[in-house]
Write a protein that binds this ligand. Structure first.
Ligand code: GTP
Length: 182
């Protein structure tokens, strides 16, 4: 079966761990230092349900509520990872604003999205509860995950569930088995 090419954009406020999640998934390592991203593209091959995927991950620059949604991420992108940090209320508000702009710019009612609450290892500094994250994802009809790029907790799940959401949006999922038809 030919490999499917999928482009995914990782977006969110500054310093929430977008690069760390991408690097952990692609290279299997965690970098403690902080180096703000302008834009980075990673590629990775992965296989799910006997289907090979060639993933292009675009690690984007941190946005805030006032940023204009970069138009290059509204075309050619199959799905989005919207990341906040569970230690930052500001970053939670920023993902809401990015999501609204995303719907506006694409003109769609539903876009494949995984909402990610990162930095679960910093649970003593948590300001956003799991319930708040889940509620927001439910409103969006999106998948919700909490992760730690540092501890490599649930990181690969992000990309696997997003690929499944993209298959669903393409109508390629057998609802009974909940398995992508490959
Ligand atoms: N404790 C902890 N720190 C993390 C985690 N993920 C990222 N960090 C740290 O948070 C800081 C920012 O991480 P980045 O991955 O650069 O964040 P970013 O969202 O790509 O940042 P921008 O490029 O500015 O948008 C770095 O010091 C990381 O080491 C995590 O899961 N746990």
């Amino acid at each position: 079966m030919p490999s499917k090419q999928r482009k995914i954009a990782v977006m969110g406020y500054r310093s929430v761990g977008k690069s760390s999640l991408s690097i952990q998934f692609v290279e299997g390592q965690f970098v403690d230092s902080y180096d703000p991203t302008i834009e980075n593209t990673f590629t990775k091959s992965t296989r799910i349900n006997s289907q090979d995927y060639e993933l292009k991950l675009v690690d984007t620059a941190g946005q805030d509520e006032y940023s204009i949604f970069p138009s290059q991420y509204s075309i050619d992108v199959h799905g989005y990872v919207l990341v906040y940090s569970i230690t930052s209320t500001k970053s939670f508000n920023v993902v809401k604003s990015i999501y609204e702009k995303l719907l506006d710019i694409t003109g769609k009612e539903h876009v494949p999205v995984v909402l990610v609450g990162n930095k679960t290892d910093l649970h003593l500094e948590r300001t956003i509860t799991t319930e708040e994250g889940k509620k927001l994802a439910d409103e969006w009809r999106a998948i919700f995950l909490e992760t730690s790029a540092k501890q490599n907790a649930s990181v690969s799940d992000i990309f696997h569930v997003l690929l499944m959401e993209i298959e669903k949006a393409d109508g390629n999922v057998n609802e009974k088995s909940n398995c992508a038809v490959c």
